[in-house]
Design a binder for this molecule. Sequence first.
Ligand SMILES: [Zn+2]
Length: 390
Amino acid sequence: MTLSDVGPLLESWKAVRAVDHHCHPLRRWPFQLTAVELRSAFTEAIDPAIAERHVIHTAAYQGALHRIAAELDCDPSEVVVLGRRNAADPTGYARQLLGRTATEVMLVDCGFASPDSFTLEEQQQATGIPQREIIRIETLAESLVNDASEPREWFAAVREALRAAVKRGAVGVKTICAYRASLRLEPVDTDALGVAFSALRLRLERAQPVRLTGNALCHALLFEAAQACQELDVPLQVHCGFGDPDEDLAETSPLGLRPLFVDPAYRGLRVALLHCYPYHREAAYLCSVFPGVSMDLSLTIPFAGVEGVQAMREALGLCPTSKLLYASDATRYPEVYLVAAVLHREALAEALGELIDRGVMSRSAADAAGRQVLAENARRLYHLPNGPAS
Ligand SMILES: [Zn+2]
């Protein structure tokens, strides 16, 4: 079907500055980008054979090349796009692409950073876009194992560190439990927790890397984090669905988080479900029945080709537009932020445009729904100040 309302919606939202509620640090520029590096940014695979031989044949990457080429006003071939970007002034180039994302503020999870990543202060300076911090709970907890002799002491240290982080300006907490354990939450077994914590301590004493894995540690920590978020009045972001090749995708459905939604101990907790694919319909269901739950389609939109648009349509099946959030989940290269932002607005306009065409929504209601998704919902969820009137 042809959707006559897509263009007018996109045009109307041009003035809307988005809140990117889940993204990661950029790589410090200047740098030259190879074909395999750019391809690797549009797959979660870590086996180099995928980037070398297969990513070029995905709808996601072809779509990404077309969006980058449109911005650079060049042919959408990989060779031409890379040639243009590598010959450009790095600062001007990055500013151009990031400017096109129309981002008001970036909420950044620094857990996925490398030595060549910007710090938040550097990123704010380099991009001109305000940055706010999201604390990755597992990374924080790993850094505090040394300070505790048993789990209760450890959790007390984690909560104290979270309190300090929020005091210095962090606006949320994120858990990556989905790729360290199962997301099917189980009640904490204190014996198993004690044994697992002792094993962590032993690794530390042997100077081995400390890495939180398994249900006993990760679920107990997640429950602690949920309580801390309630007390600190910040949302808990939960990685759901795809997004990391370490995970067992079968164990990453957000439905496993049910204890957080039904146990009165967590009443009032705000949970933001990230990525969600292929469980975006399950996520939309949770948004439709539990007041504290929101969701996004980050990563789904740039990685799933036109299925990202389909995911948007399906999310809007049950999820109220007051609970859907915009995020790029972008990292490292300005191209990724650009592609995610452009495709997200397109998917939103197509899904809402269809609702107008089908007589489900008025044009003004669809326009307002897009503004909720791009910025208003996140401002409310994270208690961010109101942006410039748009
Ligand atoms: Zn992410």
